[in-house]
Design a protein around this ligand. Structure first.
Ligand SMILES: [Zn+2]
Length: 137
């Protein structure tokens, strides 16, 4: 189900808790909501649809990848400055991102993966993971 995007910074500022296997509906709703905003949005965090759980949905390649309870286990020394927008905010803001990150995460069936992402894909994941900490750009 496509859910409404939260824009209240007080709600977005709350920390997220780990997902459990009971959160399957959340993963589906995140997929549906990101697909509905595919023109101009590349990722969402669960709290952007009002659920304070550590799950994100991101366009990786042409597909929506759901990352459940992701943890960054390694990051490049190289950092770059960039501008980002967010569906929950208006305009773009300046930020710094790591060029590459290695992430341990579960897929929506709770299978464990470990993968290195670079460039724009790494940037999307870092942005969405900041939402888990209540950080907005
Ligand atoms: Zn965002």
């Amino acid at each position: 189900m496509v859910r409404e995007i939260v824009k209240d910074v007080l709600v977005l500022g709350r920390h997220s808790e780990p997902c459990t296997k009971n959160d399957r509906q959340l993963f589906k709703d995140m997929e549906d909501t990101l697909a509905a905003h595919a023109d101009g949005c590349v990722g969402i965090a669960a709290n952007m649809i009002g659920v304070h759980k550590t799950a994100l949905a991101a366009f990786i390649g042409d597909e929506i990848l759901i990352m459940v309870n992701p943890v960054i286990t390694d990051r490049s020394k190289q950092v770059y400055e960039t501008e980002e927008g967010c569906l929950s905010l208006t305009g773009v803001r300046q930020t710094k991102r790591y060029e590459a990150i290695t992430v341990e995460y579960r897929d929506k069936k709770f299978k464990l993966h470990k993968k290195t992402f670079r460039g724009f894909e790494a940037q999307i994941i870092q942005h969405e993971m900041d939402h888990f900490e209540g950080k907005i750009i």
